[in-house]
Design a protein around this ligand. Structure first.
Ligand code: TR5
Length: 145
């Protein structure tokens, strides 16, 4: 049992190292187009959960919970990461957060859900188009890793 537990722990560490390495290797905040532009233009298919004229919500391709939805602004407007937000972004930031509540309601998790924003490589951001992760459908743990 000890052996398998050690393997499990090691697998967890490896996975986290991979995520961190991927984040560090990503085209960190160059302002270049990202995969999300192609999702917005529907050039690449996604599983859309909610959409209005300002925001798009679609299922994460690598879900970390039974419900894992990403919410993005359709117009990136310099918001490669939350750490680059300016006062003029206040309205869209509010719309994104409100969309998280709409998504949680639609997904049946409004009584308990988590919203995560990874900003920058040390937070393991890998796609430089601001996005909210909406997670739920299971007991979430605290603190997050
Ligand atoms: O690590 P951060 O916070 O930047 O989150 C980026 C998220 O985008 C990860 O959870 C990925 O699983 C997710 N992702 C990446 C791609 C992708 C996606 N979700 C849906 N569809 C995707 N496509 C088509 N391609 C991706 N590269």
């Amino acid at each position: 049992r000890t052996h398998s537990r050690r393997l499990t722990i090691r697998a967890g560490i490896t996975n986290n190292e991979e995520v961190a390495a991927k984040a560090a290797a990503s085209d960190a905040d160059s302002g270049a187009p990202t995969i999300f532009d192609k999702i917005i233009s529907k050039e690449i298919p996604s599983n859309i959960v909610y959409e209005d004229d300002k925001v798009l919500a679609f299922r994460d391709i690598n879900p970390q919970a039974p419900v894992h939805v990403l919410i993005i602004p359709k117009l990136r407007d310099g918001l490669t990461e939350l750490g680059k937000a300016e006062a003029r972004h206040g309205e869209i930031l509010g719309q994104l957060l409100y969309a998280a509540k709409i998504v949680a309601e639609k997904e049946g998790i409004v009584e308990g859900f988590r919203v995560v924003i990874n900003s920058g490589a040390s937070a393991c951001q890998s796609v430089y188009h601001l996005h909210l992760h909406v997670l739920g459908g299971r007991q979430m743990k605290w603190p997050p890793g």
